[in-house]
Structures are given as C-alpha cells and as structure tokens.
Design a protein around this ligand. Sequence first.
Ligand code: TRP
Length: 381
Amino acid sequence: MNIKKEQIVTPWQVSGEIDYEKLISQFGTTKLTEKLKKDLENKTKSKKLHLFFRRNFIYSHRDFNKIVENIENNNFYIYTGRGPSGKMHIGHLISFITAKWFQDEFGCNVYIMLSDDEKYLISKKLNLEEINKISIQNFEEIAAIGFDPDKTFFFKNTEYISKMYKTALKFAKRTNLSTAKAIFGFNNETNLGHIFYTMIQIVPTTFERDKYCLIPAGIDQDPYWRIQRDISEKLNFKKVTAIHNKLLSPIQGINGKMSSSNENSAIFLDDDEKTIKNKINKYAFSGGKPTLEEHRKYGGIPEIDVCYNWLNILFEEEDNKINEIYKNYKTGKLTSGELKKILIEKIILFIKKHKENKEKNKKDLNKYMYSGKLAKQMWEK
Ligand code: TRP
C-alpha cells in the first residue's frame, strides 16, 4: 500500500510530499502558461527569460497577465521579504534573485521587508536584540544581490512601523478572527501579536497606489495575498499580483523545503568549500543505480535526483548543457559521482561570488535603508 503523508503548506509549516499542481487548485492560483511567458520574454531587454521561468521553477501566479500586458510602461513595482530568524541558505535567495531580474529588465522599484516582528513573535528562543543582529546580517546577504541603490528600499518592521500602521489598521478593521483562522490556521494557542502581524505583511502591497504590486515569493506565502485581494479594492488599492516559485528542496530528497533547522539539509551562504563538498557527497539524494555496472546498463533517474534538480533550477544557465546532462544521466553515460562533481563546482563558484559581492555591496546598506533616492522618499512620506 502506498500511503502519502498529507501535504501541509502554510507560511510557517511545510510538511508531507508537496503536490504543486494540487496547491494551485487548493489556493486558487493560476498556472503560468507558455503563452504568458512568451509575452513576457518579448518585452524583456535581454530577450531572454530568467532561468526560473524557463525551467518552470516559477510556475503559478495571480493576475501576472495584467502586469505583462502593460509592462513596458513601468506599471508595477516589486515587494518581497524575509523573516530574520538565522543565517541564510541558498533557498532564501530565490525571491531576491527574481526581484533583481525584474529590476534589471524593467527598471522597477523594489521594496524588501525584514519581518523582525514576525520572527520575534513566533520564535521560542530569540529575543529582540538577537533578532536585530540577525536582521543586519541578513540585510548584508540580500544587499549582495546588487540592487539599484536609488530604486530599492530595505526596511525593518520594528523601525518602519510608524509609516505602515495606519494602513495596517484599515486592513485589520475589515478582517475578523474567523477569516484569519481559516486562512492561516491560527488556533487558541496563537499569540495576539502573530495574528496582528499578518496585517503588517500586507501593507507594502499599497506603497505605490497607481501601480501594480508584484510579489515574487514561495507559494507558501500566498495566504496573505488572498486577504489583501479580498479587501484592497474596498480601500481603493489595487489587488496585489504575485508569481509563485516552488520551494527549494533539501539536499536529502527532491520533496519538501530546505530548512535552516537541519544543518545538513541546506547550503548556507557562509559554508566553506569543504563543507559544501561534504554535504553534497554525503547526503545528496541520488537517482543513480547502486552499482556502476547497473548504472551504465539501466541509467539513472534525473527527475528524482537532487543534484540534477538543483542544476536545472538554479545553477546551469545553458539550456543545451542541462539537456545534455539530462540525457547522459538517463542513459548511464554520466555517473552519480560525476553529476555531484558538476554541482559541487557550481555551488562553490556561486558562494564565492556571493561572498565577494557581499563585501563589495555592504557599503550600500545605508543607501538601501535610509539615504538612497527611494529610501529617502519612503522616510519622508
Ligand atoms: N513572512 C516571510 C517569512 O517568514 C517574510 C516576508 C515578509 C515576506 N514580507 C514578505 C515574504 C513578502 C514574501 C513576501 O519569511
């Protein structure tokens, strides 16, 4: 008998085997079509879609067609965020990499929330001072992505709250407890701060009233946008739009979500070469056969192989190269050990560049937070 663990996907919990098609119908989002992607591609400067689109890692959306229709007129801005609960791993960068791609292609503003309040409220052990330290470290990692300092605003909720509070109140007044319970799964043990926090996360969807807000984020964050879309028009705001990426898997298997609470399931942005090699060689779930002889004879299964999947969605830009890897692995020409080696080299290079960019861009942190053109405007509001 084949009993699948029931899938649970909320902003705070991901467990079971995730069926991404089912999430679309469960959440009521729309599948990204080839046609919509083609329309987007035609309007890009580079005439090429980002890897995440090409490999179907970004796969679902809400009203993204409205943005694409008129995107050449700079009709949108980007909002995304991060809950600062500890050091960051590669999975945490996905929405920021996507945001940066849109900024490069279309020149849009980017707003990045650090929800220090949220993490304080749900953490069992961290106090506010500790979270503050983590926030600065996380901002430095995000700055490494290289956003335009005049078109990007980084803010921490406990600091920027006075500018967001009124809008949060407007949404809160129209959201009752039973709705919040149904959408987020809150129960009698949930603390009140956590319940109110959900309204704060919605506020930046209203930062530029005459433009669409586009949110690139994991599909697990979708419940917030559902509330926003129910209420926003009554408050004279536009309905938020979103594109959803799948969740990056842990090293141990292609299902589920990479998690900081299990050191060996994730590649952290400060991992050194030895650690990276060790984690991949020791733990990466392989679709290869147990012996070389069998592998050569029957071939591997790329679809369930973590190394193949990570190369596909994150590290191998070239379409012809990934196709070749797929073919060679499936026919047994490429071994599991060789595949691991390809991935390890790519990760090491990625992390090395990331660390260099972090050192280089640290100096811009002040601009992102306070003194760049957009940041200044946001503080003067
Ligand atoms: N709640 C998110 C987390 O725990 C952080 C976050 C805040 C966010 N604002 C956001 C994520 C907007 C995506 C989009 O990581």
